[in-house]
Design a protein around this ligand. Structure first.
Ligand code: GAL
Length: 599
């Protein structure tokens, strides 16, 4: 008997584990990402090194603002076999508690990267280093080394690169120019021209070139480059490192002079070098940029914004700033864009934005995914992955036809006021002709379910997702009544202030329960609603955060209903099933990726 149980466990265990592993390979950009101890991964502006089958993620280990003791600050290191489950390996580099050290507590360490030197067998870390009490004036880079990948790394020095050397691609005539900063007013055309012609290169010749946002890149021939924003962040410098990667050779190249690039993240694919960068707006996100080159040291050609989202999303790179591009070891053409969604007041908890790099011919692009599976190819909007199909998910919208929806009263899809365009289902009351528009409902009814709806509201808009809708109620007079997941531009629509304790706000259970933990992406940007109904239990989620969690059909529920607009509606919200509804309520709102699974 015992033997057969053990045997059964042995057969079942591997498949159970694989199922578990498979389930956990979801990347959820922007959501809280916990390490194996359940704490937020504190590795920002970071990069990843793959060594002997394990990934090591290095990044800024930011202290909470309230923390007075600055000694536990430095470069965090996490390890993982699958890129999802990360173990905290502690600080790989820690500030040195000695006021004679440049690396003393109170200094700033940003964008650390680690590379492995095959010749010396050592791990080399470089990082943007600003000195205590000097803001961002020092503009230095620091270097540290270790025999073990996880550290501790031994701090060697900080410096400004390439002192005394001219860039390799610097025309002779620029060397002789004498114009200096005091002759020009910043940001005038003359000043910009002078910057392009090496104003700051000449200024910083003796002491070394400025080095702020940085990354490292090992070229196909093993030569490593330190790539940094230089010249007051106006121009990138690609500085060659010595064979041991511990110093600069003095050979360096100016890239995209005068174009203000930060946050460089490079990769080599399909025979070319690609680089994501950002503009220079501090912690605030700006439109992403992409450039391409045949040779690492240039010439680099800008390819525009790699984001393929809404106008608002492209303006802020999906709320991120690039930091690294990871090449997947199993497929040389698969890459992950890594970025930071900075929270200046709480850098420790800045979310990580990882998105798959996709290709439009030879151009890498990024699209937004609320979640995507490392093991599965990403699928276009309004489609299901094989895994989702197996899990019982069904689409409520195929991206091009309205067949699952009808007007709540007329039982046909509205001829105007609703439109299907480029994979979105949009309500736009401005386009409504007489007899058009109105709320739309599903042709099917649903009882216990999990529903996902991506929505994108315009400024000031109001809409909602209702459930348990009975289109026959009072012979159709109450065809649109149901529990509602509120969609509202809380900032611009006055209804956000109405109701009781905020129970009209985005992601609330409208007029009944105010939402908590609301992380609204804002107008013009996709948000994801998730509604779970299981018997009496109801949950609303917004962008991965639980906003409403309640039980219906209880005395407390009935009490809430009695104080709401629904007080005269008998048994409000207590039906075993009903239709789903998308509301036409003034203001343009788009929907896509409408998916449901029933329990
Ligand atoms: C950003 C930069 C960050 C950090 C920040 C400080 O532009 O990319 O790494 O330096 O500015 O404001």
């Amino acid at each position: 008997m015992k033997k057969s149980i053990i045997f059964l466990v042995m057969i079942l265990l591997p498949s159970f584990l694989t199922a578990q592993d498979k389930n956990s390979l979801l990347i959820k950009p922007g959501e809280i990402w916990s390490d194996t101890d359940g704490k937020n991964i504190n590795a920002h502006g970071g990069g990843i090194l793959m060594y002997k089958g394990t990934y090591y993620w290095f990044g800024e280990s930011r202290l909470p603002r309230s923390e007075k003791d600055r000694t536990h600050y430095g470069v965090g290191c996490y390890s993982s076999k699958d890129l999802i489950n990360w173990k905290n390996e502690g600080l790989a580099l820690q500030v040195i508690n000695d006021t004679s050290s440049l690396l003393q507590p109170g200094c700033v360490i940003e964008r650390p990267k680690v590379i492995f030197n095959k010749k010396t067998g050592k791990f080399v870390m470089w990082f943007h280093h600003e000195l205590k009490g000097q803001g961002y004036r020092a503009a230095m880079t620091g270097v540290a080394v270790s025999d073990r990948v996880t550290g501790p790394y031994r701090y060697l020095k900080s410096l400004r690169p390439d002192a005394g050397a001219w860039p390799q691609n610097f025309p002779d005539e620029y060397r002789k120019l004498t114009v200096s900063e005091k002759d020009l007013k910043s940001w005038t055309e003359e000043w910009k021209k002078a910057v392009r012609e090496g104003l700051f290169v000449r200024r910083d010749m003796a002491g070394g070139q400025m080095a702020r946002d940085m990354t490292l890149f090992v070229d196909n021939d093993g030569k490593a480059y330190h790539i940094h924003s230089s010249e007051e962040n106006m121009t990138l410098h690609f500085s060659e490192l010595t064979d041991d990667y511990l110093d600069f050779t003095g050979r360096y190249y100016r890239v995209l002079p005068g174009e203000s690039n930060e946050a460089p993240a490079l990769f080599f694919a399909k025979g070319k070098y690609y680089m994501f960068t950002s503009g220079t707006t501090g912690w605030k996100p700006n439109p992403g940029r992409l450039a391409v080159a045949d040779k690492l040291t240039g010439v680099w050609t800008p390819l525009g914004n790699p984001c393929r989202g809404t106008e608002e999303e492209n303006k802020i790179t999906f709320g991120s700033q690039s930091t690294f591009v990871l090449q997947m070891p199993d497929n040389e053409n698969r890459f992950i864009y890594m970025g930071d969604r900075w929270i200046p007041a709480d850098l420790t908890n800045s979310p990580h934005i990882w998105l798959p790099v996709e290709w439009e011919n030879k151009t890498p692009v990024i699209r937004w995914y609320f979640s995507w599976d490392l093991n599965e190819p990403v699928v276009p909007d309004n489609t299901l992955t094989d895994k989702e199909k197996k899990e019982g998910w069904k689409l409520l919208f195929d991206g091009s036809t309205p067949q699952m929806w009808m007007n709540a009263k007329a039982k046909t899809f509205p001829a105007s006021g609703w439109a299907i365009n480029e994979g979105t289902l949009t309500v736009d009351p401005a386009t409504k002709a007489a007899g058009g528009g109105g709320d739309i409902v599903t042709r099917d009814k649903f009882g216990n379910f999990e529903l996902i709806v991506d929505f994108n509201y315009t400024t000031g808009a109001n809409s909602g997702i209702k459930y348990f809708v009975d289109t026959e109620a009072e012979k159709g007079a109450l065809a649109s009544i149901g529990c509602e997941y509120q969609i509202l531009d809380d900032r611009m629509n006055p209804d956000a202030q109405a109701g009781i304790s905020g129970n009209h706000k985005l992601a609330s259970l409208y007029d009944l329960i105010p939402p908590v933990n609301v992380k609204d992406n804002g107008a013009g940007i996709w948000n994801r609603a998730r509604i779970i109904v299981n018997g009496p239990h109801i949950q609303h989620w917004l962008n991965g955060q639980l906003t409403v969690d309640c039980e219906r059909s209880t005395p407390a529920w009935r009490e809430l209903v009695s104080k709401s607009k629904f007080k005269d509606f008998k048994g409000f919200g207590e039906a075993p099933d009903g239709r789903l509804l998308l509301q036409d309520h003034g203001g343009e709102v788009s929907f896509r990726n409408l998916k449901i699974r029933e329990f």
